[in-house]
Design a binder for this molecule. Structure first.
Ligand code: SAM
Length: 277
């Protein structure tokens, strides 16, 4: 009979967040597959658990995945952990879960820490409907293409971001969603220097232009206000200006922004022409 793969969430900063069930599972399994065994051994020492480990990360998952699957099919049980948070959420774990699912190997997920849910819940933005976008592409053109696809998104949007890319991403967010869109910048969650800034995209961009971004970030961005409410003309003008920078003629840019933001094309057009004198 096949063993079982357990997805075991680990703290995203505060060791106190590891659950009793997570500890019991780590102690009970035959082996632990870890993203970085040097990181996981610290957690195991803290929990006083000794267990054989294998590495499973984005650079070896193509070979390590089938090997772990083989051991599961032979009846061993395995806990999958990543450096922090819930395995398979913006982590290589999703590939191993897919392998198990395809071969009928049971997978059990334990609930626990995840930067996405911590940030969303503390953001102060609507949480009833949201979209998780994970990491945006590194390449500017591809990043803009993804954000352009979200220009009309009405749900709250959640992004993971690295500190060295934060400023470029905030600039792109401002270009696509406009400076007035509310957001929460969630930094170092559950850690000593945890910070949650609830501001507009324009304010966030200005803040990090003078304050060097440090630590780990989740960005939570409010969705576009629904159409039936007054259209967000400010954001629509910013969007049309961004589209023009991308090479669209003014008329077309105004038409596209009008469609996306539910604002009259003529008022966008007139405001841009008025600005330019
Ligand atoms: N699987 C993890 C989870 O459940 O959140 C996410 C792994 S992903 C490789 C790492 C990213 O998660 C970081 O770049 C950052 O965007 C976010 N993150 C992780 N820990 C965080 C923390 N303590 N505060 C803010 N963001 C965090």
């Amino acid at each position: 009979m096949a063993g079982k793969l357990y997805l075991v969430p680990t703290p995203i900063g505060n060791l106190g967040d590891v659950s009793r069930r997570a500890r019991d599972t780590l102690e009970a399994v035959d082996l632990i597959a870890a993203e970085d065994t040097r990181v996981t051994v610290k957690l195991l020492n803290h929990l006083d658990v000794k267990k054989p480990m294998v590495s499973y990360h984005r650079h070896n998952c193509e070979t390590a995945g089938p090997e772990i699957l083989r051991r599961l099919e032979e009846g061993e049980s395995c806990a999958l952990v990543t450096d922090a948070g819930t395995p398979a959420i913006s982590d290589p774990g999703e590939g191993l879960v897919a392998l198990c699912a395809a071969r009928g190997v049971p997978v059990e997920a334990l609930p626990g820490p995840c930067a996405l849910t911590v940030a969303l819940s503390v953001s102060g933005l609507p949480t009833a409907r949201f979209t998780f976008e994970g990491f945006l592409p590194q390449n500017k053109k591809n990043r803009r293409a993804v954000l352009d696809g979200l220009a009309a998104e009405e749900r709250t949007m959640v992004f993971y971001e690295a500190p060295h890319k934060l400023c470029a991403t905030l600039e792109d967010l401002e270009a696509v969603f406009g400076p007035e869109r509310p957001m929460a910048v969630c930094r170092e969650l559950t850690k000593l220097h945890e910070e949650v800034l609830r501001l507009t995209i324009g304010e966030a961009r200005a803040h990090f232009a003078v304050q060097e971004p440090r630590g780990e970030f989740v960005l939570v961005v409010g969705g576009r206000p629904p159409r039936q409410e007054a259209g967000d003309e400010e954001a629509a003008v910013a969007r049309a200006e961004a589209l023009r920078q991308e090479g669209l003629p003014l008329k077309q840019a105004a038409a596209q922004a009008a469609e996306e933001f539910g604002v009259k094309r003529r008022s966008i057009y007139n405001r841009i022409v008025g600005k330019e004198g």
